[in-house]
Design a protein around this ligand. Structure first.
Ligand SMILES: Nc1ncnc2c1ncn2[C@@H]1O[C@H](COP(=O)(O)OP(=O)(O)OP(=O)(O)O)[C@@H](O)[C@H]1O
Length: 308
């Protein structure tokens, strides 16, 4: 991994307003360092995309300060430090462009004015496509790919760019479990390389597995910190209120055998969080840790729960 500024994000007292006067985020603060995968969690309209757009310099805070790798946003973007993997809805899939060309866009910041790709650029594109297992699709039109394949192409674009900070807006929406696992494995590799990833997701069940930090939002940052201490039942209730589906099944209502453990299923939208044998529901993350193997092994059960 190329040396560069230490990846970090500092958001301090940030308020963001849209042109129509809507204050989407007010007085939001959190800080993240290198070698981190952080989940950005909140209901629809809670300000996750607004925060991404602010970190990408598309929106300017009305108040507060954003610093990326110790620099102003504009400077960090100019240096290609931040790569963005957009939500599927933000992309015009009818635009006739090859997979190769999409990934090469990640290299534009490394090229001269005429954007002529050199060997280093072509190598970076090859490496990135190989890392997301998409080499065989490189001559395909982007619009001809499945949702999960498209996500992987945009992830490859971020890798080709060499961004030490990667923002992923709902990377798991509409992808199957196998693709989600591939994306998570890749993110773990990128974390081991010291990169910083901020991931918005409704997959609550996956968060204790691969995120070391969590930022919970609802128009402001309600809680931010290590998953173990922040991804708690109390904080999820604050973030989601009545929007959260929460089932608790226990004893003979659930088991015909002697296994009397309680099962708690907490779901926002996609993959729910499934906890076994919880007594104290305050600390979801601790329970998740103790029961993680089991919960993963029974993922399908949880998914049935979420559809009810
Ligand atoms: N371009 C815009 N102009 C005005 N208001 C906007 C604009 N985009 C978003 N908003 C408003 O800002 C608030 C936050 O929206 P945002 O898109 O950041 O939420 P989100 O958490 O990303 O939601 P989702 O989970 O649905 O993607 C919402 O009230 C939304 O209606």
């Amino acid at each position: 991994m190329a040396a560069g500024p230490t990846p970090s994000i500092v958001v301090a007292g940030v308020t963001v307003r849209y042109g129509n006067g809507v204050t989407a985020v007010h007085d939001a603060s959190f800080a993240l360092g290198p070698g981190t995968i952080c989940a950005l969690v909140g209901i629809n309209g809670s300000g996750k995309s607004t925060l991404f757009k602010t970190l990408m310099g598309f929106l300017k805070p009305a108040k507060g300060m954003v610093s990326i790798a110790g620099m102003e946003v504009r400077q960090a973007l100019k240096r290609g430090l931040v790569a963005y993997v957009p939500q599927a809805e933000e992309v015009d899939w009818s635009f006739p462009v090859l997979v190769d060309d999409v990934v090469m866009m990640g290299r534009y910041g490394h090229m001269g004015f005429l954007r002529i790709a050199g060997k280093a650029d072509r190598d970076a594109v090859d490496d990135a496509l190989a890392r997301v297992n998409m080499l065989e699709f490189r001559r395909r039109q982007i619009g001809e790919l499945s949702g999960g394949q498209r996500k992987r192409v945009f992830l490859a674009r971020a890798l080709a760019q060499g961004g030490r900070i990667i923002l992923l807006d709902e990377p798991f929406t509409g992808v199957d479990v196998k693709t989600e696992d591939q994306i998570v494995d890749l993110m773990r590799e990128l974390r081991a390389e010291g990169r910083l990833m901020l991931v918005s997701t409704h997959n609550l069940g996956s968060i204790p597995d691969f995120c070391d930090q969590v930022v919970l939002v609802n128009k402001t940052v309600l809680a931010a910190g290590p998953t173990d201490t922040t991804f708690t039942h109390a904080n999820l209730q604050r973030a989601f209120g009545g929007a959260l589906r929460h089932f608790r099944l226990e004893g003979h209502a659930l088991h015909e055998d002697a296994d009397a453990r309680r099962v708690t299923v907490i779901s926002d939208d996609e993959r729910p969080l499934v906890l076994y044998g919880e007594r104290d529901h305050e600390k979801l993350a601790d329970g998740g840790k103790a029961n993680r193997g089991k919960a993963n092994g029974e993922r399908a059960t949880g998914e049935e729960g979420s559809s009810s």
